[in-house]
Design a protein around this ligand. Structure first.
Ligand code: CA2
Length: 147
């Protein structure tokens, strides 16, 4: 069975607790359960992870090379700052999707820049928690095409 790493970055553990007007009321645990259920429907395995630490995220991306077939990454604010995450994604050469709950292009200018965009297959943003299901469907399509 094919396997997808769904990796969430800094502060996403706070989802549902603060700023519901921006990020909604769904918690990250709710999203993890939704993804697990969707994975069963799609016939794929997932690892759903979150870290507030750039280095820990990089370790998980490196490990994905031997454990997973693709990566869905909501890198949070590191999207807009991290050359290190860019390099990690480029180094593993797995299909990758950048994901955001909010439409980052309709927000502050500093969120318009992504260091990950050049090294991912595609980007999904602005669909809230449902974006995780959309990203899983897109990843399953990529994995089928490459099988
Ligand atoms: O829209 C997204 O998914 C983001 O990746 C979320 C990041 C933000 O820095 C990106 O620009 C867009 C922030 C995640 C922080 O989430 C919070 C949740 C509740 C309360 C405070 C922060």
């Amino acid at each position: 069975m094919q396997s997808i790493l769904i990796l969430n970055g800094p502060n996403l553990n706070l989802l549902g607790q603060r700023q519901p007007e921006v990020y909604g009321t769904t918690t990250l645990d709710d999203i993890g359960e939704m993804c697990a259920e969707h994975a069963r429907r799609c016939g794929v395995e997932i690892e759903f992870a979150q870290s507030n630490h750039e280095g820990a995220m990089i370790d998980l991306i490196h490990q994905a090379k031997s454990l997973h077939d693709g990566i869905i990454l909501n890198a949070g604010a590191y999207t807009h700052t991290s050359v290190a995450l860019h390099d990690a994604l480029a180094s593993v050469e797995l299909p990758a999707i950048e994901l955001h709950l909010s439409n980052v292009h309709a927000r502050e200018t500093f969120r318009h820049r992504s260091y990950l965009a050049p090294v991912v297959t595609g980007i999904i943003c602005g669909f809230g928690a449902n974006g995780y299901r959309l990203a899983m469907d897109a990843m399953c399509g990529l994995l089928e095409d490459s099988a």
